[in-house]
Design a protein around this ligand. Structure first.
Ligand code: PEP
Ligand code: MG
Length: 319
């Protein structure tokens, strides 16, 4: 089972990859049977310390991950401190509303020296494995273009210094802000892949703080508005031939696997511990048999109906 390829009953291959936070988590990848790493949350290298990690320190960490994956691909997300994990050495003060403040790519663009040191480290490490780079919390095309300009600048710096990198390194963007999902079509010609961060996409669509227990009952991954944004992203990317994955918690929830398959998702990135359960559902699903129910789920805007239909979708053995 761990070694079995993930494909649906009709033979459609599904890529199951894993999320990691530290280079040492790579052992779990091999144990889980994942086909690679779909999200390496690189900010964990920056946390719990008083100073910024140097470019060389980062290079060693990324290189170790790439080499230990033994040919499997790894998507490394550039620093995304998030509102709950601000590094000690950051000197931007405490914002009143950090989730809407200087976070994710905004922080990186505000700290270009830090950002380019990370990009150079990633580029240098790309010679040692299959590294892809991904930008978090993109909210608009100009922001994506600024991040890409920094990426090109980092390449130029390496070339000027006689250092090499994988010329064919792929670059992607996370879709985790509703504005990005709505204008995703404008991103496509600039990137090689997309990954939907449903944790933040739900938070920002529903105005629910993902870390606030007092509103956690309202945090609803199958809210019709959330489903519309995910569907639009998957459809737009797929039509243009741009690979798209989900790397938020939804991807690792086996009760949502059939729904996501029915929405056209073919690449899931999740905590390694969830991989087997999701694979079981994939192996037990026929895409033709889920289309009608998923179609009804995507057409209704009534959450009660969505809940009933989801139950129906998951009730059938080998649907
Ligand atoms: C997400 O927002 O879904 C995501 C994968 O990123 P993080 O959970 O690290 O914010
Ligand atoms: Mg996120």
């Amino acid at each position: 089972m761990r070694k079995a390829n993930a494909k649906t009953l009709d033979g459609t291959p599904i890529e199951l990859v894993a999320n990691i936070e530290l280079p040492s988590d790579v052992d779990d990848i091999h144990r889980s049977g994942a086909m690679g790493v779909g999200l390496f949350r690189s900010e964990f290298l920056f946390l719990g310390r008083d100073t910024l990690p140097t470019e060389d320190e980062q290079y060693e960490a990324y290189r170790r991950v790439a080499e230990n994956l033994k040919g499997l691909p790894v998507t490394i997300r550039t620093m995304d401190p998030g509102t709950d994990k601000n590094p000690k050495w950051l000197n931007h003060g405490v914002a009143d509303n950090p989730a809407l403040g200087l976070t994710g790519i905004r922080l990186c663009l505000a700290e270009p020296q830090m950002f380019r040191a990370q990009l150079r480290a990633l580029l240098r490490a790309s010679r040692h494995g299959k590294i892809k780079v991904m930008f978090p919390m993109i909210s608009s095309l100009p922001e994506l273009k600024q991040a890409l300009a920094q990426f090109e600048y980092a390449k130029q710096e390496l070339r000027d210094n006689g250092q090499s990198y994988a010329e064919d390194i792929e670059i992607g963007a996370m879709i985790e802000i509703p504005s990005a999902a709505l204008v995703v079509g404008s991103f496509l010609k600039h990137i090689n892949f997309l990954s939907i961060g449903t944790n933040d996409l739900i938070q920002y669509t529903l105005a629910i703080d993902r870390n606030d227990d007092s509103v956690s009952h309202l945090y609803d991954p199958v809210h019709p508005a959330v489903l519309k944004l995910i569907l639009h992203t998957i459809k737009t990317a797929t039509k243009a031939g741009i690979p798209v994955s989900v790397c938020g918690e939804m991807a690792g929830d086996p009760s949502l696997t059939r729904l996501l398959l029915g929405m056209g998702l073919r690449r899931f990135s999740m905590h390694p511990a969830n991989l087997l359960a999701v694979k079981r559902v994939v192996l037990d699903t026929h895409l033709d048999s889920i289309g009608t129910v998923v179609g009804r789920m995507l057409r209704t805007e009534d959450p009660d109906k969505i809940a009933d239909l989801l139950q129906q979708l998951n009730a059938v053995a080998d649907a």
